[in-house]
Structure formats: C-alpha cells, structure tokens
Design a protein around this ligand. Structure first.
Ligand SMILES: *[C@@H]1O[C@H](CO)[C@@H](O)[C@H](O)[C@H]1NC(C)=O
Ligand SMILES: *[C@@H]1O[C@H](CO)[C@@H](O)[C@H](O)[C@H]1NC(C)=O
Ligand SMILES: *[C@@H]1O[C@H](CO)[C@@H](O)[C@H](O)[C@H]1NC(C)=O
Ligand SMILES: *[C@@H]1O[C@H](CO)[C@@H](O)[C@H](O)[C@H]1NC(C)=O
Ligand SMILES: *[C@@H]1O[C@H](CO)[C@@H](O)[C@H](O)[C@H]1NC(C)=O
Ligand SMILES: *[C@@H]1O[C@H](CO)[C@@H](O)[C@H](O)[C@H]1NC(C)=O
Ligand SMILES: *[C@@H]1O[C@H](CO)[C@@H](O)[C@H](O)[C@H]1NC(C)=O
Ligand SMILES: *[C@@H]1O[C@H](CO)[C@@H](O)[C@H](O)[C@H]1NC(C)=O
Length: 506
C-alpha cells in the first residue's frame, strides 16, 4: 500500500507541475516554448490518465482491504476473549493463512476466558505413539496449590493437532481428571484452526536434519508461536512447559517471587529448568516480538536456536568475539536454581527419538510431610511396599506406600490411653505418585466412653472422608477422649496408595 501511495504522490506532483507551467505560459508566449508546451500538454494528459488509473487501483485496493477486514473480524465463537489479535506480518511468513478467514481462530474446547492472572503456563501436547504423560503433568502443576494461587494462574493445554476426535479426547480426559479446575477457568484446552498448518510435505532440508526432523521442528515453531499468541493477552508472565514434566512443589511462589525480584532488569527470559525450552518465562508484553521472530524463521531453525538468535540480534556486536557475545547475552536471561521442572518423558514427541534428558539441578522432591504424632499401635490390612511402612510414615520418617487397596481394607491407629484429639489430616498421593490416592475411604473415631455392649467395630463414628486424596477435620467434644482412629476403604481401587502425610493433632 505504501508503495502505491508513493507512486500516486509522484503522479500528483507531476500533474501539479505541468499545470503550473501551463499557467506561466498564458502570460507571455515565447515561440521557442511552443513545442515544449505542446509536449507538456500531452504529458499532462497522460499524467491525468495515470492519475486516474492509480486512483482506480487505489480504490480497488481499498475495497479489497475492506473485504479482508470484514472477513477477519467475523468470529465464529462470538467471544472476543478467544480471538488471537492478528498480526498482519504473519501473512507474509505464512501466506497459506490468507486462504481461510478463520485460519488463526483458536478452537477453545475448554475455557472460561480467564484473563489478568500473574502467570500463564503453556503446555503444548501432541499425539504420541508411546506413553502420554499429560494428566500426570497437570496433576503435578496443580498439586497443593492454594485457592489464591489457583485464582492467579491460567494453564493452557494446547493440543497441537487438527484431528478433532483426538482433541476432544484430550479435553475429555482433562475434564474427567480436573473437573473443578476446568469449571473455575484455571484449565483451558485449546487447539489451532484446521487451516493453521501449512503443507509440510516439501520443506527444505537444512542444517543436516532429516525431512522428518525438519517437519517436526518447523511444526514446533508454529505450535509454540500459536500458543504464545493465544496466551499473550491473558496475564503478566508466560511460562513455556511441555506435556511430560513434573513440577517441584512450591514452584508457583518460587517463580513469582523470582520474577518480581528481577522485574527491574532487562531480561528477555528467566530459566527455571536447564532443559531445552522447558520452564522458560517471558513477559507477555514481549511475546509479540518473540513470535514474530519465530514465525519469520520458522522453516529455518529449531526453536531454541531461534530464541538464542533473538538475544544475539539484540546485544551481540559482530565485530567482537564470541566471549563478548556470550557475556552480553547472559544479561538478557537469568537462571533460577534449583530447577523447578524435571523431564519425565523418555519418548520424545518425535517418533523413535528417545530423550532420557534429566535436569541435574532439579534435586530431590519432598515426598512426605513429617509430623510428631502421639504414640499409638498401628494395624492395617494393607500390604506395604519395600521400606515404606505405615509405622515409618506415622513417625514422620517416610511415606506409606501400599499395594492396591480393596473394599474392606483398613488402617487402625490405637492409642494406649484414651486421648483428646482436636483434629486430623491424612494426605494421599505425592509429587512422584499423584494418582496414588485413597478412593472412597472414610475416617472414623472410637470414643472411649462408647457403650461396651456393642461390637467394637459398631462403635466407630464417621468423622470425615477423603476428597481428592485428602481427609482433614476436627473431632467434636462429645466423642472425646478417643481410643482409636481408623480409615476404612469402601471400594476397590485401580491403583496403589501413597500416604504422604499423617497428622494427629492433640
Ligand atoms: C490506464 O488504464 C487503461 C485501461 O485500464 C489502459 O488502457 C491505459 O494504458 C492506462 N494508462 C496508463 C497511462 O497506464
Ligand atoms: C469499490 O466499492 C464500491 C462500493 O462499495 C463500488 O461502487 C466500486 O465500483 C468498487 N470499486 C472497485 C474498483 O471495485
Ligand atoms: C471473504 O469471505 C468470502 C466468503 O467467506 C469470500 O468469498 C471472499 O473471497 C473473502 N474475501 C477475501 C478478501 O478474503
Ligand atoms: C510444494 O511443491 C509443489 C510441487 O512441487 C508446489 O506446487 C508447491 O508450491 C510447493 N509448496 C511449497 C509450500 O513450497
Ligand atoms: C490387627 O487387626 C487384626 C484384625 O482386627 C487383628 O487380628 C490383629 O491381631 C491386629 N494386630 C495387632 C498387632 O493389633
Ligand atoms: C460420651 O460422653 C459425652 C459427654 O462427655 C456424651 O455426650 C456422649 O453421649 C457419650 N457417648 C456415649 C456413647 O455414651
Ligand atoms: C463408596 O463405596 C460404597 C460402598 O461400596 C458405595 O455404595 C458408594 O457408591 C461408593 N462411593 C463412591 C463415590 O464411589
Ligand atoms: C474409585 O472408586 C470407584 C468406585 O467407587 C471406581 O469407579 C474408580 O475407578 C476408583 N478410582 C480409582 C482411582 O481407583
């Protein structure tokens, strides 16, 4: 458009100057000027015609862009919060997007349009030929988050596939496993439009990568860019993750505190893991620039190299050496230790590629929460695994890990003397085995003054049950003092059980 406008301006200047010469001519007519005048007159007519032609081209262009704007503002979902704000540049790098007006409209399968959070976590996922870790990755991210942290967070699962059956199956798995977090808008499941991806069949093989690998890395560039564009208006910070990671407990506060502490520095990203792109945090206000860069070179290099090139472009001086460049680049990134995300997947999303990469700085996870509990005799029908016994868990030395519970299984905590208990907390599952939770299990107390005529097992009173792996509560005065507490399993479980916290409050 700009170039046409410029031509138009030229034509206009030409037209004005001819008119000016003509007006000069009228006052005095030097005979030598006669031929020149006639030629100028002809030129003027051509100028007028060119001008007219240019105006008509301009009008056509205007009509076209009007039509385009109309098309691109048409929103099938009708919710402005779910629309990526188009960047016109994207069309230069991906011309196929022009063929369909909704090629950039995200398909929001689950989501409540949550915005204004401190942190947005992007979890891209693709179909894998082997194991899927997505649900346990999400369990890890959501494990033990407080209600206020849950409100200040958005987790976007980006299913980078256009097979709608597959996308819906992921959405179903997420809804089934995390109904409350989907309901609250904390968890979203989004996929790209079916017209987003270009034809990957004839990419140029570069950097010695095979055809398959070039396709994989090109698609990854497009996937991450789409996800970032979708996320950029939804919060202050954006963190790129993958679908096969485990997060350290307390990761949310650690990241937020570190980002706030580094807020005045000019970083482009903060690193919370040293593996590839996992755990890189960006300011959402930088994402437009970053995705522009990724899209500009999406066919040329893998995404982690492109990210490094952004730093290079920003601060390196080609006349200085590599060491100088490294120092300069280091000023645009800050690394947090220890690492907060560990890679769990062994199978890469690139078929056949194994990636047993582990972050050495991740360290050990907290797998149990010790408490000092009153002395008690413990008895259980559950069979423990290895050294993870109930006794050690009760003493705060380990977690209890037991083989698959069945209906009727129990744990009894019997006190040598009746004692006054104010409350209790039982937590099942831990950061390595989120799923190993107590299922349909109640907490019951045996009051010491209960009638001795009844069978002992009849005299237990129900005081709580496990909800999402945790049973916590108080014991009212009428049941005090207490002789024993017991847990009773009411249905068969599909999985083993881990008891990571036992707390009898006296
Ligand atoms: C203006 O457009 C007409 C038809 O579109 C064409 O015949 C003519 O050559 C054009 N004139 C100039 C000066 O480009
Ligand atoms: C542009 O659109 C107007 C009406 O919207 C129409 O009258 C005109 O012919 C169109 N011009 C071109 C060059 O298509
Ligand atoms: C706008 O959309 C209509 C129908 O969806 C299509 O016929 C037309 O070519 C589109 N226009 C542009 C400029 O893409
Ligand atoms: C892919 O190759 C076909 C045939 O060789 C060609 O027509 C098409 O334009 C190419 N597509 C791209 C994106 O280069
Ligand atoms: C544990 O409970 C079972 C069944 O109630 C009982 O037979 C067994 O003697 C108890 N063991 C201990 C050590 O209390
Ligand atoms: C136990 O004692 C409390 C008062 O101390 C009483 O309210 C309650 O009914 C007693 N329970 C039984 C089963 O006797
Ligand atoms: C828990 O177990 C009881 C008894 O087996 C059963 O009636 C009930 O439906 C179960 N509850 C759930 C939530 O599975
Ligand atoms: C929990 O129990 C219910 C039946 O009460 C069963 O359908 C479900 O699969 C169990 N879940 C796990 C994780 O064991």
């Amino acid at each position: 458009m700009r170039c046409h406008r410029f031509k138009c301006l030229l034509a206009f200047v030409c037209f004005v100057s001819v008119t000016w010469i003509k007006s000069v001519h009228r006052d005095a007519v030097p005979p030598v000027m006669q031929t020149l005048y006639e030629r100028l007159l002809a030129a003027e007519e051509r100028g007028v015609e060119v001008n007219r032609n240019l105006s008509s081209i301009l009008e056509q262009l205007r009509n076209l862009s009007k039509a385009e704007t109309l098309n691109s503002t048409k929103q099938p979902t009708g919710d402005p919060g779910q629309q990526i704000h188009l960047q016109p540049n994207i069309y230069f790098y991906m011309p196929h997007l022009r063929r369909h007006s909704d090629s950039l409209v995200p398909n929001v399968v689950l989501g409540q349009g949550r915005r204004g959070v401190s942190m947005v976590l992007g979890v891209p996922t693709v179909k894998r030929t082997k194991q899927s870790y997505l649900v346990s990755t999400l369990q890890s991210l959501l494990f033990n988050l407080s209600p206020s942290q849950r409100q200040d967070l958005l987790i976007i699962v980006f299913v980078a596939e256009v097979d709608s059956d597959y996308v819906n199956s992921i959405a179903q798995a997420v809804s089934k496993n995390f109904p409350t977090d989907v309901q609250s808008g904390l968890l979203e499941v989004v996929s790209p439009s079916q017209f987003y991806y270009p034809d990957f069949s004839n990419l140029t093989e570069t950097l010695g990568d095979s055809k398959e690998r070039v396709k994989w890395r090109t698609k990854q560039n497009l996937d991450f860019s789409f996800l970032m564009l979708y996320a950029k208006d939804k919060g202050t910070y954006y963190v790129q993750l993958e679908d096969d990671v485990v997060a350290k407990e307390g990761y949310y506060d650690a990241m937020k505190t570190f980002a706030d502490q580094e807020a005045s520095k000019p970083w482009i990203y903060l690193e919370f893991s040293q593996l590839g792109f996992i755990g890189k945090m960006f300011r959402t206000r930088d994402l437009a620039m970053i995705t522009d860069f990724f899209l500009m070179f999406h066919r040329d290099k893998p995404i982690d190299w492109l990210l490094d090139h952004i730093l290079w472009v920003k601060v390196c001086n080609p006349e200085k050496d590599a060491k100088h460049c490294a120092t300069q680049k280091a000023s645009l990134k800050q690394r947090y230790k220890p690492s907060l995300f560990q890679h769990v997947g062994l199978h890469s999303s690139l078929p056949g590629k194994l990636q047993p990469l582990k972050d050495k700085d991740f360290g050990k996870q907290t797998l149990y929460f010790p408490h000092i509990n009153p002395p008690a005799a413990l008895n259980s029908s559950l069979q423990h695994y290895q050294q993870h016994s109930l006794q050690r868990a009760y003493r705060g030395e380990d977690f209890f890990w037991a083989l698959t519970p069945v209906k009727g299984d129990y744990i009894i905590i019997q006190f040598p003397q009746p004692i006054h208990i104010t409350g209790f907390l039982f937590r099942s599952g831990n950061t390595e085995n989120f799923g190993d939770k107590m299922n349909n299990t109640t907490v019951e107390v045996l009051p010491s003054n209960g009638s001795t005529q009844d069978e002992e097992s009849e005299r237990y009173t129900r005081v709580g049950e496990f909800v999402d792996g945790v049973a916590a509560g108080t014991i009212e005065d009428t049941l005090q003092p207490v002789s024993a507490l017991r847990l009773v399993v009411h249905s068969n479980s599909d999985v083993w059980t881990v008891m990571s916290e036992i707390y009898i409050k006296v």
